[in-house]
Ligand binder design. Structure first.
Ligand code: CA
Length: 759
């Protein structure tokens, strides 16, 4: 921008201020819900879908390009839409549950998902959190605005042509009843994995136009029964016809509890809205207030679009799984025991991904919700005998580790004391000394050997070295929760186990390595080899999974110099891939190679904290430079916006925290490790209204290095800030420059937490 333009913009900005004194900046406009949707099995740019929903809402809505049951429900490269779905899916790899779809059809009635599909182009599509709109090539416009447990939809049909809406019952059992006199369809769907046998989603669909004709159909055989009003079976759906060329508004809401509750949800959440515009505006206000919790200032509009698109994604999981009764009290259908309980429940997250940044971000911004969340973990434990690890919505047990304890310890360290810590430690101890019935992260694979040998042996157990590392971190969390709450029994037990990471470090090769039950290292070591003793990664990625004791890791590597050299090597070694036990190139390998940052694989979780580790070894400026490079190079607000799977808000939360200038390297402690803030000014507004301001003077794309920092006016030499520093409000001021200050943040007392150093 030249000077004249700047002056004009300033003038307009000032005029706007005077004319509209109470108006808040529209931050929703920055969000692109299509970010990361250009994904497929072989290559992921996010594996997201254009989620239309309120923050952490129970049900979301999305257009559907894939066939029923396909985890890739919306792919940017596809050119036709076959439905608009109620959706919940965490990840393409897990598929969805409790889905049904509505599809407008014009001209001739077409029921099945292939014949009713209609072409569209992205030029005619808008994807905002509060409003999705698409004009299909056949002339029908669909608009969707969300509430927490439903949506307000409008189908506008081309003039003079027959106008139908088709309800698809999806892949499992369903039941529908059309009530023509009331212009209404009610029913249920029951589909999805990892859910209790009696799990159903009851729905209500109300039209504001008269139904003229109708019928029941079955999607597995395309049988149509015109004039019938009810049916039940696999994939049973309905169709309704309206006056030609109608504009029909549809209100829909669902409940996991009962049909009556679904009707109440509709009345409670949509009752006050007459038009889609009203629902859209209410949803806009909720999102705009939400996004204003982090207000960023600077003149790079692209960065703002990336930031708010990521912040939107970071605010979808975990999902509220509870509903409000007529007196305004929360209650829920539990996916863990299939019964109705009072209180709060949340689901749809995988802790292997989200303990790292997504929950630490929630703990900061939404302590009330987070307090309910961690308390609900113990309710889940009571209901099914195990802590959740991957819930979508019930126990999935996918991936590795027992990271529920990370959330519990992290909440406690941050003053969120909504649960009984003794009960949490009991539940965790049970988790750590048993194997559950579901996947590897349900209880502990190899727990006996882990306790007796001090590591999980390989090849006796798959992904054994990764398991040892993550168990040791989890045990640290158990130790720290016990220490904070004076539980000496558990403190003693877990304090012995939390150093087990040392037992899988091989000094000869300088990496974490597989080791058999007799203590022999796995032969033919190749640090570029994926799988085997590691999870979705290789030795370059897993060396750093000692979140709680980086000081101890530095010691293992010989010296600070050696440690920094090793961190540097991650970026300087070739981006070579040995597919190892996977036997073929999984998408994470391709994504690492495409990033062209050596072995730095930001598209997957194990290494996402690694850059911050320079702060522990007297070289914080190296973290500052690399973090800015990653934010700039690997993220944007487009359909190609992520360097790999987004994963339930985790990869977005990495960006949100990093752009603010800090990151949660070791959840379970109260520290956030400093990086390099992306914006000139960031204001975080806490739940109680207090504000924490991060000012980065002279910040721009070149001035990425922190010269000096002051916290509330006092010189701040430390490479971290505490939760309380942020939560109580204040100002962190940094001076930025294009040359590093190699004297700042290098003293031992400036380093972030390590258990063997700070204990
Ligand atoms: Ca991942």
């Amino acid at each position: 921008m030249n000077r004249i333009h700047k002056t004009i913009s300033l003038f307009i900005a000032l005029m706007t201020c005077f004319l509209l004194p109470a108006q808040k900046t529209d931050l929703v406009q920055y969000v692109n819900t299509l970010q990361g949707t250009n994904s497929r099995f072989e290559l992921t740019r996010g594996n997201t879908y254009p989620t239309t929903a309120l923050p952490f809402a129970m049900h979301t809505w999305t257009p559907q390009t894939g066939v029923n049951g396909d985890g890739w429900k919306y792919q940017y490269e596809k050119d036709s839409i076959r439905g608009f779905q109620q959706a919940h899916q965490c990840s393409s790899w897990t598929n969805d549950y409790m889905v049904f779809s509505l599809m407008p059809v014009t001209g001739t009635l077409a029921l099945d998902q292939y014949r009713r599909a209609a072409k569209f182009s992205h030029a005619n599509e808008t994807g905002k959190p509060n409003y999705y709109k698409v004009l299909l090539d056949n002339g029908i416009t669909t608009e969707i605005s969300p509430v927490e447990r439903g949506a307000h939809i409008r189908f506008s049909f081309p003039k003079g042509k027959a106008s139908f809406v088709v309800l698809d019952g999806y892949t499992g059992m369903s039941g529908v009843e059309i009530i023509p006199k009331e212009n209404k369809i009610v029913g249920y769907v029951s589909n999805g994995r990892f859910s209790h046998k009696n799990f159903k989603s009851h729905f209500v669909i109300e039209f504001d136009q008269p139904i003229r004709r109708y019928g029941i159909w079955e999607n597995h055989n395309n049988e149509n029964r015109t004039n019938e009003t009810a049916g039940e079976g696999k994939g049973v759906g309905a169709w309704v016809e309206f006056d030609p060329g109608v504009k029909v508004q549809v209100k829909t809401a669902s409940s996991y509890i009962s049909a009556e509750q679904a009707a109440f949800n509709l009345k409670n959440e949509l009752g006050q809205f007459k038009t889609v515009e009203q629902t859209k505006h209410a949803a806009w206000k909720i999102w705009n207030d939400h996004l204003h919790r982090i207000f960023v200032e600077g003149d790079n509009e692209d960065d703002k679009a990336t930031f708010y698109s990521c912040f939107f994604r970071a605010s979808l999981f975990s999902r509220k799984f509870y509903e409000m009764d007529q007196n305004g009290n929360p209650y829920y259908y539990s996916p863990y025991d299939g019964k109705i309980h009072e209180g709060y429940m949340f689901t749809d997250t995988g802790f292997w991904d989200t303990f790292r940044a997504q929950f630490p971000l929630n703990a900061l911004l939404h302590p009330t919700m987070h307090g309910r969340y961690v308390a609900a973990l113990l309710d889940a434990y009571e209901q099914c005998g195990w802590l959740p690890s991957w819930s979508f919505p019930g126990e999935g047990g996918s991936m590795i580790g027992n990271h529920a304890i990370s959330l519990l310890a992290d909440a406690w360290a941050k003053g969120i004391h909504t649960f009984d810590p003794e009960k949490a430690l009991q539940a965790y101890f049970h988790e750590a000394t048993n194997k559950g019935p579901w996947g590897p992260s349900n209880g502990r694979h190899g727990w006996k050997e882990y306790f007796t040998l001090g590591y999980v042996p390989y090849p006796e157990y798959g992904e054994a070295t990764a398991k040892t590392l993550e168990y040791a971190y989890d045990d640290f969390c158990g130790y720290n929760l016990a220490r904070m709450t004076g539980s000496s029994f558990y403190e003693e037990i877990f304090s012995r186990q939390m150093y087990n990471y040392r037992n899988v470090f091989d000094k000869q090769v300088g990496f974490m390595r597989g080791r058999d039950k007799n203590g022999k290292w796995t032969p033919n070591f190749d640090p570029f080899e994926w799988g085997g003793p590691y999870t979705e990664g290789n030795a370059w990625h897993y060396l750093w999974s000692v979140f709680h004791d980086i000081e101890g890791l530095i010691h293992l590597l010989g010296s600070e110099e050696q440690f920094v050299k090793k961190l540097d090597s991650v970026f300087s070694v070739p981006n070579r891939v040995n597919v190892g036990t996977y036997g073929y190139k999984i998408h994470e390998m391709t994504e690492m190679q495409m990033a062209e940052m050596g072995q730095y694989a930001h598209g997957n979780q194990p290494i996402q904290h690694m850059i911050y580790l320079y702060n522990y070894a007297g070289a914080p400026w190296k973290a500052q430079q690399k973090l800015r490079e990653v934010m700039h190079k690997l993220y944007n607000a487009t359909e190609n916006g992520y360097p790999g799977d987004e994963d339930q808000g985790q990869t977005s939360s990495w960006y949100v925290l990093s752009a603010m200038g800090f990151y949660s390297v070791c959840p379970g402690t109260d520290q956030y490790v400093l990086g390099s803030p992306l914006f000139e000014k960031t204001t975080i507004t806490m739940e109680d209204g207090k504000q924490f301001v991060i000012e980065a003077k002279g910040n721009n794309a070149q001035n990425v290095y922190i010269q000096s920092a002051e916290l509330n006016g006092k010189i701040h030499t430390k490479n971290y800030i505490r939760y309380e520093d942020i939560a109580k409000g204040g100002t962190l001021t940094m001076k930025m420059d294009d040359q590093p200050n190699k004297k700042r943040g290098i003293r031992p007392e400036d380093r972030p937490y390590s258990v063997s150093f700070n204990r």
